[in-house]
Design a protein around this ligand. Structure first.
Ligand SMILES: [Zn+2]
Ligand SMILES: [Zn+2]
Length: 119
């Protein structure tokens, strides 16, 4: 299994459920299963159950589909400048490597990004 096939685990204490379907992602780089995300973040102010950060911003908590459709992937970054696309990709990769704790994680994705940069 390559590192790219790794699944994230819910960061809720003692949960560690393999995430699939939808997951809740926070600005403090934590991720939760649908059950814990919808339970914890429905109250206000929302507090991250993993690190106790206050999550008050509109985009501090995002419920994201982990396996988006081809239609979504085709359109979600369409129209953005290449530097914006790479910026978003870099942040998403930083989140992933923080979660997986391997600096060399997803080299294949980095290589794919390099290919985009080549003229
Ligand atoms: Zn959970
Ligand atoms: Zn957190």
């Amino acid at each position: 299994m390559s590192l790219c096939d790794d699944t994230l685990l819910c960061n809720f204490p003692k949960c560690r459920t393999k995430l699939s379907g939808f997951a809740w992602v926070t600005a403090c780089s934590h991720v939760f299963c649908d059950q814990h995300g919808s339970g914890e973040f429905s109250r206000s102010p929302a507090i991250c159950p993993a690190c106790s950060s206050a999550l008050s911003g509109k985009l501090d908590i995002v419920r994201t589909e982990l396996s988006p459709s081809e239609e979504y992937k085709a359109m979600v970054l369409a129209g953005l400048r290449p530097d914006v696309v790479l910026d978003i990709s870099a942040r998403a990769l930083a989140f992933w490597s923080y979660q997986v704790k391997y600096l060399s994680v997803c080299l294949c994705v980095n290589l794919a990004l390099l290919c985009i940069c080549e003229p």
